[in-house]
Design a binder for this molecule. Structure first.
Ligand code: AHG
Length: 291
């Protein structure tokens, strides 16, 4: 099996699972699983359910040899003895991004990175990345071969609704995570400028907030914090796949100094400051942080 076909299978499998993840949300509202994930955060029952659904489905895809999830400590070897060794894909997934939004019934997502290298992989080794947005409509946005396509997921099937998705040239929105007093001074000063130019859109789920940037142009950031110099978001499960999508859509990404796709992976659950959006805003951010 060629890697391309295996990537098709992974994306179609993610799309097929999405309606089950969505259908499982109402019954799991306000329910904590009573455990912490490897990053020390409280795991909800919805996180656990989504993780199990994706693990079961993706672990059975021929050509997928490694599976890693934000909810699991280590990479799982899912080499399928019956599978064709022609493809050796690694899949890293944030099964339910923004799951704390379940309590307030706001947007959530799923983020997937597909690499042809062992995990943890560099963003540059991603051959495809995708996110699902569980909004009023379930959509899936995929970066592959340098272009971005948005699909509506209907009955578990992907139906393309927009091809060659690019960031609008005139940015409109921004969303920055973390508490203002916890922002380093340089980021604080940059944010003060941005808020005079763009409209605030922040919903607490990276997928929802990034999708606003992709739709309207602008910048999303979960920056380095004084209390957490690497920020909150994880390179494998959030930063790198989202950077792959935004860069393929003509935007830019940065950890503050370099593209998120260039950040060296040292640990499966490593955190990284995330800034993604229109190139001019990301460049200004890097200049501001360099002062
Ligand atoms: P979680 O999946 O634990 O709810 O975390 C979501 C992430 C990301 O999606 C979002 O951008 C960020 O956390 C929001 O964090 P704040 O609540 O600190 O704004």
């Amino acid at each position: 099996m060629a890697a391309n076909e295996a990537v098709d299978d992974v994306l179609e499998t993610v799309a097929a699972v999405a309606p089950d993840v969505r259908a499982g949300l109402p019954g799991r509202r306000l329910t904590e699983a009573g455990v912490e994930n490897p990053s020390g955060e409280t795991v909800t029952a919805a996180d656990v359910h989504a993780d199990e659904l994706f693990f079961e489905a993706l672990g059975a895809v021929d050509g997928v040899v490694e599976f890693a999830s934000e909810e699991r400590e280590a990479v799982v070897d899912v080499t399928n003895a019956a599978g064709d060794a022609g493809a050796t894909l690694s899949v890293a997934i944030d099964p339910l991004d923004g799951s704390s939004n379940l309590e307030s019934n706001n947007a959530m997502g799923t983020i997937v990175g597909i690499a042809d290298e062992p995990l943890p992989a560099a963003g540059a080794d991603l051959i495809a990345a995708a996110y699902i947005l569980y909004g009023p409509i379930t959509t899936m946005t995929v970066a592959r071969e340098g272009t971005v396509t948005t699909y509506v997921i209907d009955g578990g099937e992907m139906q393309a609704v927009e091809e060659d998705v690019t960031l609008p040239e005139d940015p409109v929105v921004y969303g920055f995570g973390g508490r203002v007093p916890d922002w380093p001074d340089a980021f604080h000063d940059y944010a003060r400028e941005v808020e005079t130019e763009l409209k605030l859109r922040y919903g607490g789920a990276m997928v929802g907030d990034v999708n606003q940037v992709l739709s309207y142009g602008g910048i999303f950031a979960y920056p380095a914090l004084s209390s957490a110099p690497n920020g909150k978001l994880r390179l494998q499960f959030e930063g790198a796949p989202i950077a792959k999508i935004i860069e393929a859509a003509g935007g830019a990404s940065s950890d503050g100094e370099q593209s998120l796709l260039a950040v060296e992976p040292t640990d499966l659950h490593q955190r990284v400051p995330v800034h993604v959006g229109n190139e001019a805003y990301v460049e200004r951010l890097e200049n501001a942080l360099a002062q």
